[in-house]
Design a protein around this ligand. Structure first.
Ligand code: ADP
Length: 390
């Protein structure tokens, strides 16, 4: 067993993030990295980190298969002669059928392809990478880990829209995403703060994609994301919550077609659309443009609204956890989200906040900063699947 490793893959349209773990009861990280600029028009790069050392190589690849070939070229460095026993894939959408890590058989892949319209930014790339990985590692177990699975414990009222029933029955529901991140944060809370294991917790995953999750007794009872990963908080380039009447107006009075609206909502909106500058929070924070300020104000405003709503749904609050690139690093966003929240027993120690300390709260409600680790959740799932098959 000790000479087997687990590879995790998280594929986007122009990147693959990966990590290598030694197999064990708790998988141990050996190396990580990413292939970036995966497109015919850009110089693709492979970045590998191992033992604190980072290697950057220009590579010749413009699709997922080419990227995996480049990773295989580094097999000695990455795997140290060990066999890749299992590959964990981040799959953004599992629909109603896939509620736990699943072996990627041809039937499962075909079923997951039918969900591509529900997550057009992610699902096709996730599955292209699965097919490339099956070719590259034909003897390894290929395990899908779903961003929707953690939310399948939602009560009906949090899963449904107020549409005629047939729509719910055919799968038009609130699925919720970022489940691997919420799974990890919840496991960390149970490990490090046992008193919160049965508590009422709101987790804010704030990155380029952003959502919040209400957790009770370690299970998701609500998420800001809905049928697709567009709903809820504004994101880097996605609009978040929007009145569906706006879409009707665009179609009926502005002559926009579905592709144009999709491009607007997925790629031109959010922080980028509001600021007119960039999707990147760090850059917005450094800007003195008033529209940058307004974009951050709107981001914070929506988080505060959702925090209030989720606290009501949970009948109170015991902890607020920040994670994701913005949640882990932006003292300003955390400060502004928490300011004037003493009515909810939330208060923040600013000295700890600027240090991104683990515990930044001073009120009854714990306020925590917990770096997420979606790769470890995938490695754990692959390890469990491998153990079960022996
Ligand atoms: P993804 O959803 O693509 O995984 P990340 O979780 O990496 O995204 O988050 C990226 C976001 O985090 C970007 O908006 C980036 O500007 C922001 N971010 C990273 N570091 C900081 C920082 N020190 N201050 C403010 N924002 C930051």
């Amino acid at each position: 067993m000790s000479d087997a490793v687990i590879l995790t893959l998280n594929a986007g349209s122009s990147s693959i993030k990966f990590a290598v773990y030694a197999q064990g009861d708790e998988p141990a990280l050996r190396a990580s990295g990413q292939v970036e600029n995966l497109s015919p028009t850009q110089q693709t790069r492979l970045i590998v980190e191992r033992d604190g050392d980072e290697q950057v190589t220009n590579i010749d690849a413009n699709d997922h298969a080419g990227a995996l070939d480049a990773i295989l070229d580094k097999a000695d460095h990455l795997f140290g002669g060990a066999t890749v026993a299992g590959v964990g894939h981040r799959i953004v959408h599992g629909g109603t059928e896939f509620v736990a890590p699943t072996e990627l058989t041809p039937e499962a892949i075909a079923a997951l392809r039918t969900l591509e319209p529900l997550a057009p930014l992610h699902q096709p790339h996730n599955l292209d990478c699965v097919e490339a990985a099956i070719a590259a590692f034909p003897d390894a177990a290929q395990i899908a880990c779903f961003d929707t699975a953690f939310h399948r414990t939602h009560p009906f009222v949090n899963d449904t829209f107020a549409l005629p029933r047939q729509w719910f029955d055919e799968g038009v529901r609130r699925y919720g995403f970022h489940g691997l991140s919420y799974d990890y944060i919840t496991s960390e809370i149970v490990r490090t703060e046992p008193s919160l294991a049965h508590g009422r917790v709101v987790i804010a995953h704030l990155g380029n994609g952003a959502s919040m999750c209400a957790v009770k007794d370690g299970r998701s009872v609500g998420s800001t994301m809905g049928f697709t990963a567009l709903d809820g908080l504004p994101m880097g380039t996605r609009c978040g919550q929007i009145d569906p009447g706006v879409l009707l107006y665009m179609m009926q009075h502005k002559g926009m077609n579905a592709d144009q609206i999709a491009d607007l909502l997925y790629r031109q909106s959010g922080l980028k659309g509001l600021s007119g500058l960039t999707h990147d929070m760090r850059t917005l924070e450094q800007s003195d443009d008033p529209q940058a300020r307004e974009a951050i104000d709107y981001f914070v405003f929506r988080i505060r609204r959702e925090l209030g709503g989720m606290s009501a749904v949970l009948s109170g609050l015991d902890a607020l956890v920040f994670t994701g690139g913005i949640g882990e690093n932006s003292a300003r966003v955390r400060r502004e989200v928490c300011s004037g929240m003493d009515w909810l027993c939330i208060a923040v120690d600013e000295a700890k906040n600027v240090e991104n300390a683990h515990d930044i709260g001073t009120g009854r409600v714990r306020v925590m900063v917990v770096p997420t680790n979606e790769e470890l959740v995938m490695a754990r799932a692959v390890s469990a699947a491998l153990s079960a098959s022996h």
